[in-house]
Design a protein around this ligand. Structure first.
Ligand code: ATP
Ligand code: MG
Ligand code: MG
Length: 350
């Protein structure tokens, strides 16, 4: 059996490792931590920094393909990996998707609609950007943000200083505030041969910047936008010669799909696919990066809802299990901090 190397040892790595095991692959995690949710599933684990070129090279040499569950890795680390073995998705996808400015420019160049945006590298830049874009805006760090972290809302020009300080005065992007009705994601898998399959898109509801629920079917408003959103997502995947699962987040606005951000990996808004689709995002990611034929992404139920268990929500796990229709996933995290994703629950209506 071959071995899949995974950068990052969180719950996404855990679920990729579970799918890999089902298909007879071993996994080897590389992460800065000594342990994490993936450790329960993947007995091989290298604790190493993403800056440690020698350790990364040894990791890449020891596995058959490298993938990642986490895109916030220094680009030079990706180059090291790519020079020592196969990295899927490739370094190009990771470079773009880890930088909000680069990903917005990339998608805008392909003809996709985005919020108005401008680069911000100083308080002066921010003030100029607010004049251009307007004062209803969001300042986001270019790198490392997730679950709404590294973002500051702006409502009036006087908010500039506070926002610049709040994000730690680092390279950022100012985005105009988009008025939208709903949010959704397009999740696709692209095989090594270029074949592309889409899952149904879920309607995603965020609370406090964190995904709360994903529901399929997403409803007619979102479904009406899917042809355009999927065409854009496919263009992105093809342009990057992408192999694996790719996620694009969209706002459903009156003007059509507005691209928000992409993730070069399996995604929380696709967790419903484990029970709700004929082939999960995790299994198809493994199939794609291993050069195997892709599985059917069709629905396994009439309706599917995935709810995240955040912080203390996970304490209800026994009550959740008392309803036999609930499928419970816990990530094996020991400490339930506020805002921390501890698990999720999926419900199907057949
Ligand atoms: P994720 O956990 O999805 O990676 P993130 O930290 O990268 O989150 P974003 O996806 O950029 O953050 O933003 C989080 C949420 O904030 C969005 O899903 C949306 O609800 C809201 N939001 C972000 N940007 C905008 C915008 N330009 N206009 C309106 N709402 C926005
Ligand atoms: Mg994000
Ligand atoms: Mg997001």
């Amino acid at each position: 059996g071959a071995t899949i190397g995974i950068l990052g040892g969180g719950q996404l790595g855990r679920m990729i490792a579970m799918a890999a095991a089902q298909l007879g692959y071993r996994t080897h995690i590389y992460a800065p931590e000594t342990s994490g949710p993936a450790a329960d599933v993947s007995p091989s684990w290298t604790q190493g920094a993403y800056e440690d070129a020698a350790a990364l090279a040894a990791f890449a040499e020891g596995v058959d393909v490298v993938t990642y569950e986490f895109e916030n890795i220094d680009p030079s680390a990706v180059d090291v990996l790519a020079s020592h073995g196969l990295v899927r998705p490739g370094a190009g996808a990771l470079r773009i998707a880890q930088d909000r400015l680069a990903e917005k420019r990339f998608v805008a160049d392909l003809g996709g609609l985005t919020a108005p945006f401008a680069p911000v590298d100083s308080l002066d830049d921010l003030e100029t950007a607010i004049e251009m874009i307007g004062s209803r805006a969001i300042l986001k760090t270019n790198r490392m943000g997730y679950d709404g972290k590294g973002q500051a809302r702006i409502n009036e020009p006087g908010d500039a200083v506070g926002a610049w300080n709040a994000i730690g005065r680092q390279p950022a992007i100012l985005e105009g505030f988009v008025t939208f009705d709903q949010e959704y994601s397009v999740i696709l898998v692209r095989g090594a041969d270029g074949a592309v399959r889409f899952w149904d898109s879920a309607a995603n509801v965020h609370v406090d910047g964190i995904l709360a629920t994903s529901t399929v079917p997403a409803g007619s408003l979102i479904e009406g936008q899917l042809p355009a959103a999927r065409a854009l997502a496919k263009q992105v995947a093809d342009a990057l010669d992408y192999v694996g699962v790719l996620t694009l987040e969209f706002f459903a606005s009156a003007d059509g799909p507005v691209f928000n951000e992409m993730a070069p990996r399996v995604h929380n808004s696709g967790h419903w696919t484990t029970e709700g689709a004929l082939t999960s995002q995790f299994e198809n990611h493994v199939r794609a990066i291993c050069g195997l034929p892709l599985g059917d992404t069709g629905l396994a139920a009439q309706r599917v809802e995935m709810r995240n268990l955040i912080g203390d929500d996970a304490a209800e796990w026994l009550a959740i299990l008392s309803d036999p229709e609930n499928h419970l996933h816990l990530y094996g995290k020991h400490e339930a901090r506020p805002g921390r994703k501890m698990g999720h629950v999926t419900r199907l209506s057949l």
